[in-house]
Ligand binder design. Structure first.
Ligand SMILES: [Zn+2]
Ligand SMILES: [Zn+2]
Length: 405
């Protein structure tokens, strides 16, 4: 397959338009999640990963230790501790202090760990950043919402106007969150409009779902960057328990939700007449802020997948955007030969927003782009709790259904 080598070639070089992400994989050195760019996995342990920066630091540390003839003690793994300035302490003259710092920071220093670069696998995704910095760097980007003060100072008068405009607009339309600073007309002036759409075009033609092999990237994604500081969702109805999960990562919230769910399952098993219902799942989702969900669409051929994905990706990147992100599986001929498209919404309890995205998809995919007309909506929380279509509680993970027009 010649297009297969095209994908490999594209992945070999860094691009300002897209990047590799390892979905749901946390670096055991710096705790970043997901790992972006290079990922190194221990081939001895079951679940130890490092990002590129930590791997470089580890190599440097091992080298330095070897040069200084220091013994490598066995290291206890300390969970949940965020490393601070440990890299600086690498240069300490005191070997004991040095190792203490490293032990705190990096659970992976023991020489028995064998790290290997990950070049495939189900977590590996290529991500197009819808508001990303264009290659030339001289075009005002749609850095959504949070413009650093320095950038505002450096911007020309016209861009400042745009920012003021945006501030006004965002005050007026609170609901329209995450709107891009650069609107259509100003992009035209800067020549950014054609640039950004051609960037998407280049991405779509390089990473076609029919062409990208599962072995290299499991998912192709278009996404708007997330706001830098995650606000507890004010629209999560009921519960009022947001403070309990404030500041926790998604992983931590999922762990807490799973724990609570397992407890409920036990109670239901031994308690009299208590059945677990969708309301139980909804309450957990609200309490732990696991509210994302996705519309799923299905393509039966590579040509269908390519066409439908291009239409969806353009809708996500358009202004106003359909939603924050979407992905398509890159199942090749060696897999089961079908493709799934997932179009995300932020909060599945916000059924109005869920339906808005549904209508957008019906518009974007009209004209019979997909033979399979099903539109199925599944909240992420069901996946996190391990509730699949055939489960003992007869819960239905698909909470909304629609059809393409
Ligand atoms: Zn790291
Ligand atoms: Zn290991």
């Amino acid at each position: 397959m010649s297009d297969y080598t095209g994908v490999r070639e594209a992945l070999r070089h860094e691009s300002p338009l897209w990047r590799i992400e390892h979905l749901d994989i946390t670096c055991d050195g710096c705790l970043c999640e997901p790992i972006i760019g290079a990922r190194f996995k221990c081939t001895v342990c079951e679940d130890i990963d490092l990002c590129g920066a930590c791997m470089r630091a580890l190599v440097a540390a091992r080298l330095k230790m070897a040069q200084e003839g220091a013994a490598m003690p066995g290291l206890p793994r300390r969970q949940g501790q965020r490393p601070r300035k440990w890299v600086a302490k690498l240069h300490s003259r005191d070997l004991t202090e040095k190792w203490a710092a490293l032990q705190t920071a990096v659970p992976c220093l023991h020489p028995s760990h064998q790290f290997q670069k990950v070049v495939d696998g189900p977590e590996r995704a290529v991500v197009f950043l819808a508001d990303g910095q264009p290659a030339s760097g001289n075009i005002a980007t749609g850095g959504c919402s949070s413009q650093p003060a320095a950038a505002a100072g450096a911007a020309g008068p016209q861009q400042q106007d745009e920012q003021q405009e945006e501030q006004q607009a965002s005050q007026e339309v609170q609901a329209e969150r995450g709107r891009c600073a650069v609107n259509g007309s100003s992009r035209g002036i800067n020549g950014g409009s054609s640039s950004s759409s051609s960037a998407l075009g280049e991405f779509l033609s390089t990473f076609r779902p029919s062409a990208a092999s599962c072995r290299d990237v499991a998912w192709i994604i278009v996404a708007h960057p997330e706001p830098s500081s995650e606000q507890p969702s004010s629209s999560s109805s009921g519960s009022g328990n947001g403070s309990a999960s404030a500041g926790l990562s998604l992983e931590q919230r999922v762990d807490a939700a799973v724990e609570e769910w397992e407890l409920k399952v036990q109670q239901a098993a031994f308690g009299p007449g208590r059945r677990l219902t969708a309301a139980d799942v909804d309450a957990l989702a609200a309490k732990h802020r696991i509210l994302k969900g996705k519309w799923m669409l299905f393509a039966r051929s590579g040509a269908e997948a390519d066409a439908a994905w291009a239409a969806v990706a353009k809708a996500v990147c358009a202004e106003p955007r359909l939603c924050d992100s979407a992905k398509v599986s890159s199942a090749g001929p060696e897999a089961d030969g079908s493709w799934v498209l997932c179009v995300y919404t932020e909060n599945y309890h916000d059924s109005e927003d869920v339906q808005r995205v549904c209508r957008g998809l019906q518009r974007a995919l009209r004209g019979g782009l997909l033979q399979d007309r099903r539109l199925l909506y599944k909240p992420d929380v069901y996946t996190h709790l391990g509730i699949y279509s055939k489960n003992q509680w007869q819960l239905k993970p698909t909470v909304f259904e629609a059809r393409l027009l």
